[in-house]
Design a protein. Sequence first.
Length: 202
Amino acid sequence: MKSLILSALTAVAVAALIPATAVAQDAVAPTWRDPSFYGTLGYGHTSVDHLDFSTVQLRLGARFTPHFGVEAEGAWGVSDDTLASMFHTVTLTGVHEQLTSQEAIYGVSYLPMTANLELLARIGYGHTAGTPPQTVYKTEHGALEDPFRDPGARGDSWNFGLGGQYTFDGKNGVRVDYLREVAHGGDTNDADVWSIAYLRRF
């Protein structure tokens, strides 16, 4: 799925070089007094500390100018993973991980490229719920070694991302994003999130 998202990001970049089509975006640009609204529904892939999680992702947002808006994002885990050993002779036990949900709020900056294509950048703050920090034991050649601290998949983070979106008729479109989650406090690791979603403007 990550390769599909990367392909979509490439397609958005290529589309930026294509002249604007006859289909225009909203006839009236959003303003602070009369903002426009949108929502997305899609798939997210979170990678953290050699773990990979799949999520269903939902966003709701408002645009106050053609170049600025805010959005709220929620994601719910639909898969779990087990931390794999980084050493061929070491077996890790009790390292089952789960991402339950993610919530975040963002400021969003937009850069229109054509009548249908926009690039975007996001900055915000989020929280991930999932497996808490735990003590993990490893065995090497059958002998029990000292335990170590597994940070799990739970914590708060500052989030930074780039993406793009393309609308087919001014209302319906597709959006792709890359996001870096930088852990804030605790011992949670940083994460990378790739996503692709259906976009609907209201």
